[in-house]
Every structure is written in structure tokens, then in C-alpha cells.
Write a protein that binds this ligand. Structure first.
Ligand SMILES: Nc1ncnc2c1ncn2[C@@H]1O[C@H](COP(=O)(O)OP(=O)(O)OP(=O)(O)O)[C@@H](O)[C@H]1O
Length: 214
């Protein structure tokens, strides 16, 4: 269970979050929707430790994180950002195996085996030796999803995971999220796509309905 209480965040004088609360239970999929500029990406960036949090109480399975020490245990989180953040100098397979080898001391052989399995599940096995520049936007998006799953994170956060995909591939991503749920993952998905949210989510949370695009 991930719980965020009384989160505040400002950029200069602009209030993005004020006393914002979020609760996602183990195994749940929470969809976060809201207007452009409402703070959805900022929320994920704060969880990823990429953006400082002004104030909040955040706990994961009742264990409270000390924000001032940046004690987020990133090995328990997986993130798929909108710009995918694939390493350009590494092949698809190398992109997938880097983190488990570095952070979890998985053997290269085991990591490759797992990567192949995950790629197959997403029908991406043909892409294993390609470099990111040779992939389409939708392929990069699904490789980023595959990479996030390599470390079996407890919480997986996705920023607009279907934005580059046609309807058939959107369905594939929906199935992937549901399969991750079966595996025990807790998931947070930021999306503009309400029908996708309704299809996969247990709960839908509206962020900052008052704030409109700037
Ligand atoms: N580093 C920053 N410095 C100043 N303002 C920022 C910064 N990052 C984001 N903002 C502002 O914070 C607000 C929230 O941005 P954010 O990208 O989180 O919104 P969003 O809900 O993800 O929007 P979209 O749906 O368009 O992706 C916007 O007004 C944005 O301009």
C-alpha cells in the first residue's frame, strides 16, 4: 500500500499541490486523470526522486519515508516516463538487463532469460538487438514498459503509457497492466485516455480539477 498525505508542492509561487492525498492499496491499479498542467507528471517525478517535495507524509506498507533524506527505495518502484528514457547507446536487450544486474546483482544469464520472456510477452522479441533510434514511438514505449518490469517493482508508475499506441497496442498494454496486477504489483497510471482508465483501473483519481492548462 502506498499512501501520500498532505502533499504540497509549489513552483516559485505557483501552487501545484496543496494538502493532496493519495492511497493505492496493494494490487490495485490507480488511474490519475486531470487537466493538462494539473501536476500529474510532477507527481510521478516527485515519487521518482527527480523533483523535490515541499511537504508530505509518504508511506509504503506502513513504513514512513524520510523526505529530507531522499530515502525512497527506488528498487521498489518502477517508472515509465513519457519520453521513455531508454539508454541510446544500448540495445533493447541491454537496456532491459542493466538495472537488474546493477541493482539486484542478478546474473547476466538470468537477466537475459527474463528479458527475453518479458519481450516475448509483449511480442517484441524481434527488437532485442536493435538500438532505440531504430524503434518507432510505440515500440519505444513498450520497451520502456518491459524495462520497468525487469526488477519486479512493488509499485509501477506509468506516465501516459498509451499515448503513442494504436488501439490494438493499447489493448496489449491494458493486458500487461492486468497481468502485472495478477503478479501482485501495485500500479499508478497517469492517462488522458478515459476509456483505458476505465478498462484497467480499480480507482480513478482526479488531480487538480481547478487548475487548467497554462
Ligand atoms: N520545473 C518546473 N518549473 C516550473 N514549473 C514547472 C516545472 N515543471 C512543471 N511545472 C509546471 O507545473 C504544472 C504541472 O505540470 P505537469 O507537467 O506536472 O502537468 P501534467 O498534469 O502532467 O500535464 P500534461 O497532462 O500536459 O502532461 C504546469 O503548470 C507546469 O508548467
Amino acid at each position: 500500500m502506498l499512501e501520500i498525505k498532505n502533499l504540497s508542492k509549489k513552483f516559485q509561487e505557483k501552487i501545484i499541490f496543496e494538502k493532496f492525498n493519495l492511497l493505492v492499496s496493494k494490487n490495485e491499479i490507480l488511474a490519475i486523470v486531470g487537466p493538462s498542467g494539473g501536476g500529474k507528471t510532477t507527481l510521478l517525478r516527485m515519487l521518482a526522486g527527480l523533483e523535490p517535495i515541499d511537504q508530505a507524509t509518504i508511506s509504503l506498507n506502513e513504513e514512513v519515508y524520510q523526505l529530507e533524506n531522499q530515502l525512497f527505495d527506488q528498487a521498489r518502484f518502477g517508472f515509465v516516463f513519457q519520453d521513455f528514457q531508454l539508454f541510446p547507446h544500448l540495445s533493447v536487450l541491454e537496456n532491459l538487463i542493466l538495472s537488474p544486474i546493477k541493482t539486484q546483482k542478478t546474473t547476466k544469464k538470468a537477466a537475459i532469460e527474463k528479458a527475453k520472456q518479458i519481450l516475448e510477452g509483449l511480442e517484441l522479441q524481434e527488437l532485442a538487438s536493435l538500438y532505440p533510434y531504430a524503434l518507432s514511438g510505440g515500440q519505444k514505449q513498450r520497451v520502456a514498459l518491459a524495462r520497468a518490469m525487469m526488477i519486479d517493482p512493488e509499485i509501477i508508475c506509468y506516465d501516459e503509457p498509451t499515448s503513442a499506441l494504436d488501439p490494438a497496442l493499447r489493448d496489449q498494454v491494458a493486458e500487461l497492466l492486468l497481468a502485472n496486477k495478477k503478479r501482485g504489483a501495485t500500479q499508478i497510471v497517469v492517462t488522458h485516455d478515459l476509456s483505458f482508465a476505465e478498462k484497467v483501473a480499480d480507482k480513478i483519481l482526479q488531480v487538480n480539477p481547478r487548475i487548467s492548462a497554462d
